[in-house]
Design a protein around this ligand. Structure first.
Ligand SMILES: CC(C)(COP(=O)(O)OP(=O)(O)OC[C@H]1O[C@@H](n2cnc3c(N)ncnc32)[C@H](O)[C@@H]1OP(=O)(O)O)[C@@H](O)C(=O)NCCC(=O)NCCS
Length: 261
């Protein structure tokens, strides 16, 4: 297990296909995949799905390798790690050891958009992370009306021009990050979480908090006292959001998300 009890920290990484152009065509770079993953990739026929799935593994493995290396000094080969999905769809990571595959006690979240992969991990079992990346683009009002709370709809109505696109994208992304942290994803009613950007959307180039509210019914009963910490930023044409779900004392103890890539 990676130990960061005294310095809890959320790690994140954004990568694009520019780092490994074969990813864009849905081809795995050499020494990326474990045989379990290579067999799974073979089952994907659509190039976009292959690209997205590979981008997620490419980014998650680089992130986990760097976190493990900073904690233990050991630099693991990327193909010694395996990223799989639990039955609810949430990803988890394992490491090859002499005795087989050992599941890492970390929370991992994966997101992809176009040619970018965005991943976050929390080293430990006391918090769950959700990460999301979305392209800033105009979104139709029916999407807002169907999936947003009344408060979120009012924020969008009050915004204008490009700000409306950023805000709509940020609210949608914030919801996805929160629902990934709960591990339900879009199986939940998206109106059970509410994202509020009180300072407008001045395209922050560093992580900035946004306000989140939620219906406690979305939390598993053992976690009904958990709270979210939510942050967002803009990089290029994308909005990135992070949600950390944990007990209040864990949320209070954890330090900045803003680590260099
Ligand atoms: C999780 C979910 C919100 C992701 O939405 P998205 O915008 O399409 O995709 P993103 O790129 O942001 O994220 C995809 C990643 O989310 C992760 N994910 C999938 N289900 C998840 C869950 N229940 N909890 C947390 N993370 C999940 C996966 O790692 C996935 O990437 P991968 O399959 O390449 O490993 C959505 O796929 C979902 O709700 N899935 C579960 C329910 C479902 O399958 N519904 C059918 C469609 S509504």
């Amino acid at each position: 297990m990676i130990s960061t009890i005294n310095q809890p920290r959320l790690h994140w990484l954004l990568q694009t296909t520019a780092a490994a152009p074969e990813l864009a065509g849905g081809i795995a770079p050499p020494e990326l995949l474990h045989p379990i993953e290579a067999a799974q990739l073979d089952r994907f026929r659509v190039i976009k799905r292959r690209r997205d799935w590979l981008l997620g593994r490419w980014t998650a493995k680089h992130l986990i390798r760097s976190v493990l290396e900073s904690e233990t000094g050991i630099r693991h080969p990327l193909d010694a790690m395996v990223i799989q999905a639990d039955p609810d769809g949430a990803p988890f990571a394992s490491l090859t050891t002499t005795s087989g595959l050992d599941r890492l006690l970390i929370s991992l979240s994966i997101s992809h958009s176009e040619h970018s992969g965005f991943c976050a991990c929390w080293p430990g079992e006391d918090a769950q992370v959700g990460a999301d990346i979305e392209l800033i683009e105009p979104r139709d009002w029916p999407l807002v009306e169907t999936f947003f709370t009344a408060n979120e709809q009012a924020q969008v109505q009050a915004a204008s021009g490009n700000e409306k696109d950023i805000l709509t994208t940020a609210i949608w992304s914030g919801k996805e990050a929160m629902l990934k942290a709960t591990r339900t994803g879009l199986r939940a009613d998206t109106r059970q979480v509410d994202c509020h950007f009180p300072n407008g959307v001045a395209s922050p180039d560093r992580w900035q908090p946004f306000q989140a509210r939620w219906d406690t019914a979305i939390l598993p009963s053992a976690q009904s006292h958990f709270i979210f910490r939510t942050e967002w930023r803009v990089i290029g044409q994308h909005v990135l959001t992070l949600a950390l779900l944990a007990a209040p004392d864990t949320i209070q103890r954890y330090s900045s998300m803003d680590i260099p890539n």
